[in-house]
Design a protein around this ligand. Structure first.
Ligand SMILES: [Zn+2]
Length: 420
């Protein structure tokens, strides 16, 4: 028999609503670390709160990373486990002046957000609302995102830390807490000091539906095609000029329309997706993202894109192209399969929290994909967040509390399963 852990729902709801009111939007165009200084406003509060609950070494570095350690309270030599969430919110939707609203005892009705009545949260669009009936949910007010991605993860980790510090009879090894900036702009691990963190395994809390456990992400590459046209005075250009912009447009037009794109694929299918097209008549640049769960297939997507582009450019005398591929991140599953206990223990923890485990693949990346390849195997756990990066973002309080309970169980399972 294992112990019962119960996280106070009101506490975690209040904590979460406090965090989401702090604007922590990241900025992909900044180039600085962190990309926006305001992310530190939340990180500083987290450090203070960690210290208040007795975690003495909590600190924030110049890049806005928060590191903290819950000391081991067991004789056993348990691997060091880290729990990680990101403090930033997505650049896609305003995060300024977020006004969280707690809807108590949700009954399955449509919720009209008061600051913009065109924003209606409905179980028709979010069937997941139906399993929240009888519980409390939190939404934004209509003008902003909520920031459940990923402040629900932050709140769950903080609440679990608070629980562990207040209940020393709950045995666990050394636990590391990590809060990162800039995950939403793909730079969550850019300035991470992995040596300082000194963890053996990690879990991000950055997932959706209650009970979900994600151990697989896309493998991701970026591709750049630079087209060199042939320039000539447009008044005297007949049979000479090749307009690089037109060649670029033709390449885009030559891409398949019924497959191979984000809008035509799902589940385990990969895709190629143009994300930027810019230039002048003389020279144009096309940027793409390439995604697949399988590294071999990902490589073939690159070859196929190059072939399509070449077949277009070759039609134009004097025009040329440069093609390059750069790696973005890799599927974490390859690494996690080498340490099956990391995912096994997470499944066990979810079950002990009274939930059904839903193992899923992420059609995207997480900080965990990068961490896994930095030597820190790191699957992703649910927090309950829904409708992320939008004004209709929401979360069930019960789900968030279950995420915190799962963290506590995970800590005890690692201790339990360690022999000495
Ligand atoms: Zn996130």
């Amino acid at each position: 028999m294992f112990m019962l852990v119960e996280i106070n729902k009101e506490d975690i709801a209040n904590r979460f609503m406090r965090y989401v009111q702090i604007d922590t939007q990241s900025d992909p165009k900044s180039g600085a670390h962190p990309s926006t200084e305001k992310q530190k406003n939340l990180s500083k509060i987290l450090v203070e709160e960690l210290k208040e609950i007795g975690i003495a070494d909590a600190e924030m570095d110049v890049y806005g990373y928060v590191y903290a350690t819950i000391p081991s309270n067991t004789e056993k030599n348990v691997p060091v486990i880290c729990f990680c969430s990101h403090v930033d919110t997505a650049p896609d939707c305003s995060g300024t002046n977020v006004k969280p609203i707690l809807h108590k005892n949700y009954k399955g009705e449509d919720i009209v957000l008061p600051d913009d009545p065109s924003q209606v949260l409905s179980p028709v669009v979010f069937p997941y609302l139906n399993i929240q009936i009888g519980g409390d949910i939190i939404t934004a007010s209509g003008n902003t995102l909520l920031g459940a991605d990923d402040k629900s993860g932050v709140a769950a980790i903080m609440q679990a830390a608070d629980f562990l510090m207040k209940n020393p009879s709950v045995k666990h090894g050394k636990i590391k807490i990590l809060f990162t900036p800039d995950e939403e702009i793909g730079e969550g691990t850019a300035k991470l000091d992995i040596k300082k963190l000194a963890a053996d395994f990690a879990y991000t809390l950055d997932g959706g539906e209650v009970g979900s456990l994600e151990d697989e992400t896309f493998s991701a590459d970026g591709a750049t095609i630079v087209i060199n046209g042939v320039i000539s005075h447009p008044g005297y250009a007949k049979n000479k000029l090749v307009n690089a912009l037109k060649v670029g447009a033709e390449i885009l037009h030559a891409l398949p329309t019924s497959e191979w794109s984000p809008e035509t694929t799902e589940k385990k299918e990969g895709f190629v997706h143009p994300v930027r097209f810019e230039g002048i008549a003389e020279r144009a640049t096309l940027e793409f993202i390439l995604r697949d769960f399988d590294d071999e297939k990902l490589k073939r997507h690159g070859f196929r894109l190059k072939e399509i582009a070449e077949s277009v450019v070759n039609h134009y005398k004097g025009a040329s192209m440069e093609f390059s591929i750069h790696e973005q991140y890799r599927n974490m599953k390859k690494i996690l399969d080498q340490y099956p206990q990391v995912v096994e223990f997470a499944s066990e923890a979810i079950k002990r929290a009274g939930l059904e485990v839903k193992t899923e693949s992420i059609r995207g990346g997480t900080d965990g994909s990068r961490l896994s390849y930095m030597g820190l195997p790191c699957p992703n756990l649910f927090t309950g967040m829904q409708g992320i990066h939008s004004k209709l973002e929401w979360i069930g309080v019960k789900d968030m509390a279950k995420a915190a309970e799962t963290i506590v169980h995970l800590c005890t399972i690692w201790e339990e399963k360690t022999d000495k």
